[in-house]
Design a protein around this ligand. Structure first.
Ligand code: ZN
Length: 411
């Protein structure tokens, strides 16, 4: 039995509360213990409380003095595209010169360039890159990420990406939740309907037979997959037992939020263009919105999703990075917190709830991670600040002091 005691956290941000995703005023209830401490045994939290009380029960535990710093659950990033080859530096430079998406695609950029590089890459290459990015996430204080396939777009290459994720789980301490996103774009060699058939009749059976994913996602957007095509893919995925997520209403309000409600999806992601009716539909069907302000920022747009209206409608809001080489090249949840507060008018407390406990529930892991209470995994971060609000306040600077996964110090 290995045991560890963490003492003297200026703020121990526990996020204890209802055993479900938090809504409305609950989003602001962080369950902070001043001068808090925790006792950890075999990777799980055994006691959480005042530092003095923990010290009395310390036994032979190894002691970590948080030294008056803030301690929080590790961030849970519920939307990333972790496995890809190459980068999109040329696109970035072209965009900085004011070129449009169409001009960039014509010059050989856009998602297709990442697909070509990812297809050409071996599993070993992809694993090496993903391992590097996994380290970035841990250094930013993230201990769990959802990761999507979607840069292969052939049976073989989509499976290759998902197998890299499975391998990565063995190699790094970042916890990874895999999502199949074969329907990320239509490959150039097939028509949309031909490719849809490949996704449903070839990819999905392989993915489920090898148990390579927990969720299925689709890019529902003009020029990608329309509402009917998205519905076909999501219905087929549901039939084989996958839970559903979706990229919807990012560039146009096409009714994607309503589709996710109709499908009883777990999450609807992006939602930059979603209107009141879309928000009402999500609320009625209990779908969690996953908001991705990093991609709005990095694309130089000002159209952020309507977070306040979603909170007022009772939605269990989630924040995530959308880490990907094209539109959101950041693994930093603190940067996302900053954007949520400055651009979407969420409070620092709401942003923290959305990026920890609510994100955990959106990955069907609310019983294991996302808050610091007895029985949960000891995934937590000591930050080099005294007040949790500093995480969203100081921006562009890492404040991570140390990161623990299942009670082991990783960073
Ligand atoms: Zn995405």
């Amino acid at each position: 039995m290995s045991s560890l005691a963490v003492l003297h956290a200026a703020q121990l941000v526990t996020l204890t509360g209802a055993k479900r995703a938090r809504i409305g005023p609950e989003l602001s209830e962080l369950g902070i213990i001043s001068d808090g401490g925790m006792l950890i045994r075999d990777g799980k939290l055994e006691r959480v409380g005042l530092s003095d009380e923990i010290e009395k029960n310390i036994g032979d535990a190894e002691v970590v003095d948080a030294g008056g710093r803030a301690v929080m659950p590790g961030f849970v990033d519920a939307h990333t595209h972790l496995v890809f080859a190459g980068n999109r530096l040329d696109d970035f430079e072209r965009r900085s010169r004011g070129e449009t998406y169409e001009q960039i695609a014509k010059a050989g950029g856009g998602i297709w360039s990442t697909v070509q590089k990812t297809r050409a890459a071996s599993e070993v290459d992809l694993l090496a890159r993903a391992t590097k990015y996994a380290t970035w996430f841990l250094r930013c204080g993230t201990t769990t990420v959802e990761a999507k396939s979607g840069y292969g777009l052939t049976v073989e290459d989509e499976l290759k990406i998902l197998r890299v994720m499975r391998q990565l789980k063995q190699e790094v301490r970042l916890e990874i939740v895999p999502t199949f996103l074969g329907a990320h774009a239509v490959p150039r060699e097939l028509s949309p309907d031909e490719y849809l058939d490949v996704v449903v009749t070839e990819m999905l059976p392989h993915v489920t037979a090898e148990k390579l994913a927990e969720f299925c996602d689709v890019f529902c957007e003009r020029g990608y997959f329309d509402i009917d095509q998205s519905r076909k893919i999501l219905s087929a995925a549901k039939k084989v037992g996958l839970s559903l997520r979706g990229h919807v209403d990012q560039l146009t309000n096409s009714g994607g939020a309503k589709l996710m409600a109709e499908m009883s999806a777990t999450t609807a992601d992006h939602l930059e263009q979603t209107d009141e009716q879309g928000i009402a539909a999500l609320s009625k069907a209990n779908v969690q919105p996953v908001l991705l302000p990093g991609s709005v920022y990095a694309l130089g747009s000002s159209r952020y999703p309507r977070a306040r209206e979603m909170i007022e409608a009772g939605l269990a809001i989630v924040l995530a990075t959308d880490f990907n080489p094209g539109s959101s090249p950041t693994p930093s949840m603190p940067m996302v917190l900053s954007l949520a507060c400055t651009q979407m008018k969420m409070s620092p407390a709401e942003a923290i709830t959305a990026s920890t406990v609510n994100a955990a529930y959106s990955l069907n892991r609310g019983d294991k991670i996302g808050c610091l209470e007895p029985g949960k995994l000891a995934n937590f971060v000591i930050f080099d600040c005294e007040d949790y609000r500093e995480l969203a306040y100081w921006f562009g600077m890492p404040q991570t002091h140390s990161v623990y996964v299942r009670g082991d110090c990783i960073v």
